[in-house]
Design a protein around this ligand. Structure first.
Ligand code: ADP
Ligand code: MG
Length: 482
């Protein structure tokens, strides 16, 4: 059979996401999980697997995994077991990784994603706890490899999806949604540069209408939303090209090279490790009772979907604004503080946060938590638009100043003399002068050329440096030009 275009193919994607849990100490030891320490200063005897020491499970990691499970409507296993996954690698000092195999802590759940206005449900097969490995350092060692074991034993939650996604776009939407969720739950910082959130993408294609899945390849360890999309798209095209050329796909693990924007083979199924999983004899099974579950459930924060709906109901925001503002808990909190502080219409606050604030954050490459304008200060500024002290245009000037300098909106407005001119006498004098100076335009307007009206408004705003109340200027001009 021949398939000549991509229209004939269906893409199938399943993701395995590794997210580091934000516990203070490691999953089986008391060593710190802090990122960025001097190499090998945060790996203790347990992390190194030295003889005579025993792992002790970190309860916080367990409760974080449960939070995640509850948030995706999953079954939380009342009984789960840690297993040893055996393989040799220089950054794995014990010779095995403690993970979960047959009995993971989080069972089947699901998550809804939105792509192009359509909501789709993605199945989550399972999520299990495991320990991270150390890190091999290839730079700075002149042909040698350095090993940093600080990361060894950092708790990971591996979240495995069903092969439910049908495009790279859907895969990115799912990955973003999980990223958003773990940050909302406060169980991971989600920092992708530091490796706190990484993804393996499993990709296959099949002729449209075919029941069985095609052979998949797995692209390992991608830590960027942009790269995952590119890597999947490259891989899909590669699969289609091979099959249409009469070849067949070999099941294998591949690496994505961002510089070349292509994937290359890392190891094939035949070379795959046999991990010889078996239950870890050093660790007891994890028992979770309904009391613990209930108490964790009672303390779950408001989740993204619920928050978005509330923003639409309570603040009457459109879907787009509500989506942007609830994209992180910090941004949502910021917005709500601005609304409370300013007393201004929520819509105005939403426009400022999604507009000026986000633009300034992007321009400076910083997060909302690092914004030099606190929500209290922004609230103070919007308060002054709301009570007509300044126009929206002047407010943008004040905003720029506030971004650079300390001080509240009122101080800046006063020190720069930016208050709106509400003295109607002063505005009237200026308008009378403009009318006297421009007899031609006056005649044009009176003969029916309505467009000339904006000329007068422009002049008035120019002569008052934008400080006249636009509403007042309009009203007065209308009356005088009749
Ligand atoms: P393994 O344990 O070998 O990694 P799994 O069966 O656990 O394999 O699957 C790993 C991931 O691969 C899951 O996210 C799953 O949804 C996805 N997957 C399985 N089969 C396919 C396929 N044919 N095409 C795309 N993804 C797949
Ligand atoms: Mg896998």
């Amino acid at each position: 059979m021949e398939y000549s275009t991509e229209q004939d193919w269906e893409i199938v994607i399943g993701l395995e996401i590794h997210t580091q849990l934000a516990t203070q100490s490691k999953i089986f030891s008391g060593a710190s999980t802090q990122y960025g320490a001097e190499p090998n200063t945060q790996a203790c005897a347990v992390d190194l697997g030295l003889p005579g020491v025993l792992p002790v499970l970190n309860e916080e990691a367990v409760s974080m995994a449960i939070k995640f499970g509850l948030a995706i409507d999953a079954e939380i296993a009342p009984y789960s077991v840690f297993a040893r996954k055996n393989y040799f690698y220089p950054d794995l000092p014990k010779g095995y990784q403690i993970s979960q195999m047959d009995l993971p802590i989080v069972g089947k759940g699901h998550l809804d994603i939105d792509v192009d206005g359509v909501t789709k449900r993605v199945g989550i097969t399972r999520a299990h706890l495991e320990e991270d490995a150390g890190k091999s350092l290839h730079e700075d060692f002149h042909g040698l490899t350095g090993i940093d074991l600080n990361r060894a034993g950092t708790p990971l939650l591996e979240i495995v999806s069903e092969p439910d996604m049908r495009s790279a776009k859907e895969a990115v939407a799912y990955m973003r949604k999980i990223h958003e969720l773990v940050r909302y739950l406060g169980i991971s910082d989600g920092n992708m540069q530091e490796g706190s959130f990484r993804c393996d993408a499993n990709v296959s294609v099949r002729p449209k209408g075919q029941q069985e899945f095609g052979t998949r390849t797995e692209i390992k360890n991608i830590n960027s939303f942009r790269f995952i999309e590119k890597a999947i798209n490259f891989e899909v095209e590669r699969h289609i090209e091979i099959i249409e050329g009469g070849g067949r796909i070999v099941q294998e693990t591949r690496l994505y090279d961002a510089d070349k924007d292509q994937t290359r083979s890392m190891r094939s199924k035949e070379e795959a490790n046999d991990y010889r999983y078996f239950p870890d004899p050093d660790l007891l099974p994890v028992l979770i009772d309904s009391e613990l579950l209930a108490s964790i459930k009672a303390n779950l924060p408001e989740l993204p979907t619920a928050k978005k709906q509330r923003f639409k109901d309570q603040y009457l925001l459109d879907d787009e604004s509500a989506t942007i503002l609830t994209s992180s808990r910090d941004l949502a909190d910021y917005f709500e503080t601005v609304v409370a502080k300013s007393g201004a219409e929520a819509k105005l606050c939403a426009n400022w946060v999604t507009g000026e604030v986000i633009a300034a954050l992007n321009k400076n490459g910083i997060e909302i938590t690092e914004a030099p304008i606190s929500p209290d200060r922004l609230g103070g500024l919007l308060l002054r638009i709301n009570d007509n002290t300044i126009s929206g245009k002047i407010a943008k000037q004040v905003f720029e100043t506030m971004w650079q300098e300390p001080g509240g909106a009122d101080e800046i407005i006063a020190s720069k003399g930016l208050q709106q001119i509400t003295d109607t006498g002063a505005i009237e004098a200026i308008i009378d002068q403009i009318i006297a100076d421009n007899p031609d335009q006056v005649a044009q307007y009176r003969s029916g050329k309505d467009k000339v009206f904006s000329f007068f408004v422009g002049q008035a705003m120019k002569q008052t440096q934008g400080k006249a109340s636009p509403a007042e200027v309009n009203k007065m001009l209308k009356a005088k030009l009749q």
